[in-house]
Design a protein around this ligand. Sequence first.
Ligand code: P6P
Length: 346
Amino acid sequence: MNISTENTIAQPVGTTLERYIMRKQAEFPFATGELSQLLRDIALAGKIVNREVNRAGLTSIIGSMGQQNVQGEAQQKLDVEANIRFIRALTNGGEACAVLSEEEDDIIHTGNCQGKYVVAIDPLDGSSNIDVNISIGTIFSIYRRVTPVGESATRADFLQGGRQQVAAGYILYGSSTMLVYTTGHGVAGFTYENSLGEFFLSHPSITIPTSGTVFSCNEGYWFDYPQYVRDYLMQCKREGQSGRYVGSLVADYHRNLLTGGIYLYPPTGKNPNGKLRVLYEAFPLAFLIEQAGGRAESGTGPILDIVATEFHQRTPLFVGSPALVERLLTETEVAPKEEAIEQNHA
Ligand code: P6P
């Protein structure tokens, strides 16, 4: 029997994440496999968290822990579960010597002092949406350690510049679960097939549309927004653009990555330096968007040019299609940098 792709039987299932990682590793003769293993460890934890998210409503896993995390934010049970799962997977995998998690005040030492990498992670971003069945996500950033292998990691291993990341990505627990990541050679997306327990390559090379007609922001803060942001949003509305805001960063980001658009989290009265975290939200998403042909800015420069000085420091974030970010920063009445200077001198 001639088994060809035209047949309606035995259709190929596609390229698994494992096979993709191995093929990509083979393209780099000096690759030793540690980063590949690290990506596998993250994917494994993502599968486990995916299972917990999918059955959250059926078990006692939804709802609040009745306590706050180090950020002073109400901690959801799934936040704690996801944090444990990723730290355990990275510890058991052996490639990461330390982890910085949004859920932990300080570095978590895995005991893998021979590990060449450190991982900054938001185990479950947008977790306040869990109870109402809205998409949530994991965001991760991988650095090569700067301290000697064999010693314990230090702050310096995490307080690097955005452009020192060696890999970054997210897992979106949405209508389908997707893993999207980059190692600096483009952006690939994988969709999880629950029945097989595998991620399959579904988006081999993601590039963001140059422009778009979507803006994503919480307009409840309108009167807090800098004038240049209000000017930009007014222009969007005059042109009949669409406001799309899930309130879950990974969901809004992923939609704009595929269809074009801009996500804005400007400085607000409640968060004068922006709400989003540099090390495990802005940096990884900025790395991905630049690899996909987009832009990520803080309002006073590219996100990736920031050099982190604190583990949980925040930044304003404007990220998405390059033409939209450019327009925000240059075509509005008061250029951001001028406004920032004015505010500082006010
Ligand atoms: P706001 C969720 O808490 C989060 O970190 C992002 O996922 C989301 O985009 C943003 O904050 C929502 O913040 O202030 O609009 O509720």
